[in-house]
Structures are given as C-alpha cells and as structure tokens.
Design a protein around this ligand. Structure first.
Ligand code: ATP
Ligand code: AMO
Length: 432
C-alpha cells in the first residue's frame, strides 16, 4: 500500500480512476443502506461512500469496525458527486485499518465541543488535528520559509550558537540556572553575544532561528519561558540599516502569507493587509508624551508599562518602530548616541501594543564596552571570552531579535501566544 493522493488531490477529473488515500477517520455516518466515512489528512478531507448495493459485504463489515480517529488506508474508485462536500467521493474497494483509536477520545477533534486551552494542550496531538489549529502552524511554517529565503537573498548566513551558556546577556534576573557537571551554567536567553562575536569572524551577515529561555515569572498571553527568536546581525551597518531590513522582511512575510495561505487565513477569519510604505517611527520622547496624554503616567527613563504599551498602541496602530530609547534601560551592548549619550541607537518594533522585536547599533569599541558593562553593575570578568573578540578587529555592527511566536500571533490573529507554539512552556506547563 502506497498513498497515491492527498485527499485534496482527489478531484472530479479523476473520475473512474483508482486511488489510495491514507488518513484519520474524521466522521462515520451509517445510514443502513449507505455508509459515509470522511477521511482526513494534512491537506483536507474526502468522503468515502459505501452504498450496500454497490460495495462488498466484507467492506461494509470493515467500515463498521472503524472508530473515529483510527488511521486507515482506503483504496477505491473516484466518482463525481454533487452531494459530497468536495464534489467528489471514493467508492471503496479495499480497506486497511492501520491503527485503531481507543474510545472515548481525550478531546473532540471536530469543533463540535469547545475545549479550554489547557485541555487542548494536554492532548495537543489531537488538538492539532483541527483545521483552525493546524492553520496556525501552516502560516507559521510559511513565515519561517519566507524569513529564511529573505535572509539568504540578502546575503545572511545561517548559524547555530550554544544554548548552554556561562553568562547572562540581557540582565541577570531572567536566567534558568542549570548544573553543568561541576560548573554553574544557564540556558541561553539570547544568542546576542555569539552573533556579535561572529561579526569579528568576518562572516559579515548572520542569522539564527533558535530557542531562547527566560525565567519570566509572569503569566501573560504574550510571554513564554521557552520562545523562538529570529536573530540577525550585520557588519558595517547601523540601527537605521537593520530597521530597513527588518521592515522588508516582515513585509515579505505578509505578502507571501496572503499569497500562499488564503485558505488558512480564511479558516482563522483573519485578514493581514500588506502594510503600505515603511513602518512609521515614533521616538521614545514622543511616546512618553503620547502615553501621558492618554492619562497613563510615565516619566522619562522608564520602560513602557503594560498600560503604556496599550495607550501607545491605540494611537499608533499596526506596525511601528519605537526609537531613541534611554541608554539607561537598554542593555550594555547598545551604542549610545554620540551627541546625547543618555539616548541609545536602539529601537523596538511594535504591532499595536505588542513588542515584536528589539534591536540596536552595537558598541564595537572594547573600552566603551567594558565601561558600559561596569556601569550596569555586571561582572566584566564573566564576559572575558566575549570581550576578547572586540580587541582584535571588531567591525561596527547592528542587529535585532524578533520573537517568532509573537510575530506568528500577529500573522494569525490569535490572542494567546500558547496558540502559536506546538508544546508551549509557561509558568505552569512542562509537559507535554
Ligand atoms: P431518504 O432517506 O432521504 O429518502 P435515500 O434513501 O434516497 O434518502 P440515500 O440516497 O441512501 O437516501 O442517502 C441518504 C442521505 O445521504 C440523504 O440525506 C442524501 O441526501 C445523502 N446522500 C446521498 N448520497 C450522498 C453523497 N454521495 N454524498 C453526500 N450525501 C449523500
Ligand atoms: P529582547 O529581550 O527584546 O531582545 O527579545 C527579542 C524579542 O524576543 C521576544 N521575546 C519573547 N517572546 C515570548 N516570550 C518571552 N518570554 C520573550 N522574551 C522575548 C520578543 C522580543 O521583542 N538580544 C536582544 C535582541 C537584539 O538586540 O538583537 C534581545 O534578546 O518579541
């Protein structure tokens, strides 16, 4: 037995031909004189129609043994049928029950019974059998496909950096400590230091798509303890250059998803218009004014509160860059503005009130970097192997990191980041 067609490729023009489809029993309706079985695979569904007058008794018996969600291979003849959901049906000749599913199922894979997200995540493998769930991952897959293509076309090389690390990059509080034989170690919270060291290697432009780990205590709809980050770093570029790259990448992702994921967007009842023109830019100073004008208190030098993000999102809408951040609240590796060092060449990319990305021009001068590490109260010695790369020919460079799961939220229109991750890790969930 070898599959000849995905269900969606069983079309009326195959009428009279024999096909073999393989998939899950989505539905069985036994009307006595006729049995309908809907078979589902990754690409869709097809109806198997078994009228007792046309089909061997043995086949009818086999069909009656099927249970919902069992895995089967069915060989049969294609027939045009106006009454069938896809305008075509298969009259079965042979049925091969590949694996019987136990009953009752832990959750209903059809949309008839609504389940809470926790119940769904507990049985994620079945949850993913639903159209409106798999649609999210088909769109996310298209997103990664475009992102990789975009990087290659723009001269970026894909790299993989260690996730078992010896020091913090984004500040010390969010680290997961682990034991690494006799040493203290952590799960990496960002490939930041490695992608910067790669600039000294002469690789010029690199990207990484990989897991980041953050011991965030908060339980929100947009934080996970394990997320995927799309990181880019480029030599001889500054913040403005890499903002352009980020803008172009996101625009291309939206173009491709609109082109290739029409059905999925439809299932999710989500529209994602291609942004017209470059994303607007708002400076941090302007943002402080906007937030205060919306009756949310924010003083200069503070990070945006959740209420602040919402106020700003209401005014800006859609994608926008937030630039010229205070140096004080940005990490040590960020380049201060030479004219006004209280401000940094750092930006965030926002979508409404959701932060999608942070990026910056980096400090490439060894002395400045050491001073900034000290000023942040960090231990210079623990950055030894990173700092070494700045002593022997480090080019000026800039880069950014995008939260892939958050970008997927925007692209699919879901409200909870857990929806965009196959097996999410949050404050309470470590399985499956
Ligand atoms: P009824 O019981 O309404 O008198 P019938 O004996 O003509 O109908 P069938 O032709 O066996 O019934 O069909 C039973 C049900 O299945 C009907 O509701 C019919 O509309 C539906 N049906 C028949 N053929 C198909 C098909 N190929 N695809 C989908 N549904 C079908
Ligand atoms: P930052 O800490 O802003 O920047 O992280 C980059 C992006 O990653 C996403 N993100 C998360 N997504 C889900 N759950 C989390 N807990 C989580 N934490 C972060 C966000 C965020 O914008 N080194 C810099 C990037 C750089 O400058 O290149 C960094 O890590 O979408």
């Amino acid at each position: 037995w070898r599959r000849t067609n995905y269900t969606k490729n069983v079309t009326p023009d195959l009428t009279g031909q024999d096909v073999i489809v393989m998939g899950w029993v989505h539905e069985i309706r036994d009307l006595g004189g006729i049995i309908f079985v809907i078979i589902r695979d990754r690409e869709g569904k097809v109806q198997i129609t078994a009228p007792s007058k046309k089909v061997d008794a043995e086949i009818l018996e086999d069909i009656r043994k099927l249970r919902k969600e069992s895995v089967v291979a069915i060989k049969g003849t294609v027939q045009e049928a106006n009454q069938a959901p896809t305008g075509v049906e298969i009259i079965p000749k042979e049925i091969n029950l590949l694996n019987l599913a136990n009953q009752p199922l832990p959750m209903d894979p059809t949309d008839k019974v609504k389940a809470e997200i926790d119940t769904r995540l507990d049985s994620r493998f079945i949850d993913l059998r639903r159209d409106n769930v798999s649609a999210i991952f088909k769109i996310k897959n298209r997103m990664f496909h475009t992102v990789r293509d975009f990087f290659y076309e723009n001269g970026f090389m894909e790299i993989n950096t260690p996730k078992l690390v010896a020091s913090a990059t984004e500040g010390g509080t969010e680290l997961f400590p682990i034991t690494y034989f006799e040493k203290e170690a952590f799960l990496g919270q960002s490939p930041q230091l490695y992608k910067q060291m790669m600039m000294s290697s002469g690789m010029d432009r690199v990207f990484e798509i990989g897991q980041i780990f953050r011991a965030e205590e908060h339980d929100t709809l947009r934080h996970l303890n394990e997320a995927v980050s799309i990181d880019a770093e480029a030599s001889f570029m500054d913040d403005v250059d890499v903002m352009k790259i980020l803008n172009n990448m996101i625009e291309q992702v939206i173009i491709d998803i609109n082109e290739d994921c029409k059905e999925e967007l439809n299932i999710l009842e989500h529209e994602m218009p291609v942004p017209d023109g470059p994303f607007p830019v708002v400076t941090y100073d302007e943002a402080v004014d906007i937030v205060n004008s919306r009756d949310v208190e924010m003083s200069w030098g503070e990070d945006l509160s959740r209420a602040g993000e919402k106020a700003l999102g209401d005014v800006m809408g859609g994608f926008y860059f937030l630039t010229e951040w205070p140096s004080e609240i940005k990490p040590f590796y960020v380049m201060p503005n030479s004219k006004d060092p209280t401000k940094a060449h750092a930006f965030d990319l926002m979508y409404n009130n959701l932060e999608l990305s942070s990026g910056a021009t980096r400090v490439h001068q060894y002395d400045v970097l050491v001073k900034q590490i000290e000023d942040k109260g960090l231990n210079v010695a623990s950055f030894g192997s990173y700092l070494k790369a700045f002593e022997y020919g480090m080019p000026p460079h800039a880069g950014w990191g995008v939260g892939a799961d958050r970008l997927a939220m925007v692209l699919t229109g879901v409200e909870n980041i857990r929806e965009t991750v196959l097996f999410p890790r949050d404050r309470h969930r470590l399985t499956p």
